[in-house]
Design a protein around this ligand. Structure first.
Ligand SMILES: *[C@@H]1O[C@H](CO)[C@@H](O)[C@H](O)[C@H]1NC(C)=O
Ligand SMILES: *[C@@H]1O[C@H](CO)[C@@H](O)[C@H](O)[C@H]1NC(C)=O
Ligand SMILES: *[C@@H]1O[C@H](CO)[C@@H](O)[C@H](O)[C@H]1NC(C)=O
Ligand SMILES: *[C@@H]1O[C@H](CO)[C@@H](O)[C@H](O)[C@H]1NC(C)=O
Length: 278
């Protein structure tokens, strides 16, 4: 018994295992073919006793992958059927299957991944978050001009993940009277719409520029759209339209021409999207 303790004390260093680096991408776009989660470790001896490496999803109850060299790795729970079992990151016997290659990752695989490497006496672990995000589809910013002295600005986008945030601002200030609505579809993807009424007498210039900013919190995903509103225009026969800033006003040298009115027939393009919200 004492001999055992002495052995452990003397040899704890030679059984040591150390994670040097964990490679988990923070952002993965939905539709990506494959993503590799890697965990690089070193062991003090070439054949440490009882080496086991595991991957967990969102905490210690979420074991998803286990490998005991020289056996084949096991995929468990959430990742079952989603991993390339033949993927080898290295030809080193102690490292062959340390990485997971996830095929076509879906948004439900967003979360914290923890790599745990242990021997009989030592253990090391590292955690990284991965978000499988879905960029916007049908991101639009339109003016709904039904009345003479006001306009309703509508910004919307579909098929987003994670839960989006959207604001409409003017001159750097968020319009506080705007209303945001978020819906989730059966695939877990979000639609978002923001609407705001702007009265002509709130505008003290020939026109006003509005920015709709769409973002996915926690990741670096931001998209902006701009629309220019000209007070005093008559209501249009069209339900709504997009007005964009003239692109080449410097080159043409002319101030008044080049304003691009892009008429959008909502009945054909966007009716169903807006019906969800209005
Ligand atoms: C992931 O880890 C972060 C930071 O530790 C924590 O705030 C977050 O709640 C975790 N997410 C999940 C889904 O467990
Ligand atoms: C949405 O974005 C705005 C502007 O960046 C910010 O002030 C607000 O806190 C965000 N809301 C949420 C719920 O993240
Ligand atoms: C977001 O992007 C900025 C600039 O590109 C970068 O400095 C920052 O680290 C990024 N943040 C995340 C969470 O990726
Ligand atoms: C979007 O607009 C916000 C403020 O309106 C600004 O901070 C941000 O840099 C803009 N992003 C892009 C990509 O233009």
């Amino acid at each position: 018994m004492y001999a055992g303790y002495i052995f452990l004390i003397i040899c704890s260093n030679c059984l040591a295992v150390n994670i040097d680096r964990i490679d988990v991408p923070l952002m993965v776009e939905l539709g990506t073919e494959a993503v590799i989660l890697d965990c690089q470790y070193t062991t003090k001896t070439p054949s440490p006793a009882g080496l086991v490496m595991k991957w967990f999803f969102n905490g210690p109850s979420g074991l998803v992958y286990q490998w005991i060299p020289p056996l084949r790795p096991q995929v468990i729970g959430l990742l079952k059927g989603k991993v390339d079992l033949n993927f080898r990151i290295s030809e080193e016997p102690l490292h062959t299957y340390r990485a997971i290659k996830i095929l076509r990752p879906t948004t439900d695989l967003s979360g914290n991944y923890t790599c745990v490497v242990s021997t009989f006496t030592e253990e090391d672990s590292r955690t990284r978050a991965m978000i499988v995000y879905s960029p916007a589809k049908n991101f639009r910013f339109i003016q709904d001009k039904k009345y003479v002295f006001l306009v309703t600005l509508i910004c919307f986008a579909q098929d987003l993940y994670p839960k989006p945030n959207m604001t409409i601002s003017s001159q750097g200030e968020i319009l506080k009277q705007s209303v945001m609505e978020i819906k989730m579809n059966s695939w877990g993807l979000y639609s978002v719409a923001v609407t705001v009424e702007v009265h002509d007498d709130e505008i003290n210039a020939p026109y006003e520029e509005f920015v709709c900013e769409l973002s996915l919190p926690n990741i670096n995903y931001t998209r902006n759209l701009t629309t220019i509103y000209y007070p005093g225009l008559m209501p249009t026969a069209y339900t709504a339209y997009e007005v964009q800033r003239p692109q080449h006003h410097q080159a043409s040298g002319s101030k008044s021409n080049g304003v691009l009115f892009q008429l959008i027939d909502l009945l054909f393009l966007n009716l169903c999207i807006l019906c969800e919200f209005l």
